[in-house]
Design a binder for this molecule. Structure first.
Ligand SMILES: C[S@@+](CC[C@H](N)C(=O)[O-])C[C@H]1O[C@@H](n2cnc3c(N)ncnc32)[C@H](O)[C@@H]1O
Length: 256
């Protein structure tokens, strides 16, 4: 596990806050089946999916997208950093009688060669520096088979810059509070996200912080080219329409 991953999830609050926050309190952040299903016509067309594809879902969480790929007869492998999310993904998969391979791992460290025809990220494409992004894209490029496709959603930097900082308190169970905050930093070109959990029963508190960079669409294009992707398209988020500068984010399809 490299330092970037440690920074993301393996701090002392680590799984404790992040995973329980998502699994118990903010489960709605893992996309609902109706939301996932609604966008499949877009994925199928934009990525020219075929039943021969071998798909890697990177940052699969509890496997919402992997399950929909499997239901539709695609071969999919789900990868995530969190053993807790993967345990939940496997429980649901067994309940639904599906067959999906889930692997525990940091996508920043993937070492596959010519292995997947599609690498798919939904709400899980994070990088902390331009160098980190080029390194990730280069690993993805290597992992893809010839004509393989990469898919991810990316925020629009200029819209992010306009968003005011946000902070929300929630009582996740009796006497246990979580403060979640997010703030965009112009000087670092990215957002700092943090969770502070305070347990009034045990008098303990736990904290998690991580930084996610957000490059402009033009800089992102430069990084794609540097990593070897010459053929790519920026769509409106999950729609077969071109991205416009006023959109809050975009879907990227890049071909090897
Ligand atoms: C907001 S969740 C989205 C999960 C899923 N794609 C969905 O939309 O339901 C982001 C996921 O990315 C995973 N993740 C973040 N960084 C990762 C990394 N470097 N390697 C593998 N998984 C990562 C997190 O553990 C988390 O499950």
């Amino acid at each position: 596990m490299n330092n970037l991953a440690c920074e993301f999830l393996r701090t002392d609050f680590g799984h404790e806050i992040y995973d329980s926050w998502y699994l118990e309190h903010a489960r709605h952040n893992f996309e609902a089946p109706e939301f996932v299903e609604k966008h499949f016509p877009f994925y199928e067309k934009a990525l020219l999916l075929s039943k021969d594809d071998r798909i890697l879902e990177a940052g699969c969480g509890i496997g919402s997208y992997s399950r929909e790929f499997a239901r539709r007869g695609y071969h999919v492998v789900g990868m995530d950093l969190s053993p807790n999310f993967l345990a939940e993904a496997k429980n649901i998969m067994h309940r639904e009688n599906l067959e999906i391979e889930f692997i525990l791992g940091d996508y920043n460290e993937m070492r596959f060669e010519d292995k997947f025809s599609v690498i798919f990220f939904e709400g899980s494409f994070f990088y902390r520096s331009k160098e980190g992004l080029v390194s990730l894209l280069s690993r993805i490029h290597k992992a893809l088979t010839p004509n393989g496709r990469l898919y991810f959603v990316h925020a629009n930097q200029s819209i992010k810059k306009q968003r005011p900082p946000m902070a929300n308190w929630s009582e996740i169970k009796k006497n246990v509070f979580v403060l979640q905050s997010q703030e965009y930093s112009e000087s670092d070109d990215g957002s700092r996200c943090s969770w502070l959990k305070i347990d009034l029963e045990t008098q303990k508190h736990y904290r998690c912080d991580y930084f996610v960079k957000c490059l402009s669409p033009d800089k992102l294009k430069d990084c794609l080219v540097e990593a070897g992707f010459m053929d790519f398209h920026f769509y409106k988020k999950r729609r077969l329409v071109d991205f416009q500068p006023e959109d809050d984010g975009f879907s990227v399809v890049a071909k090897k």
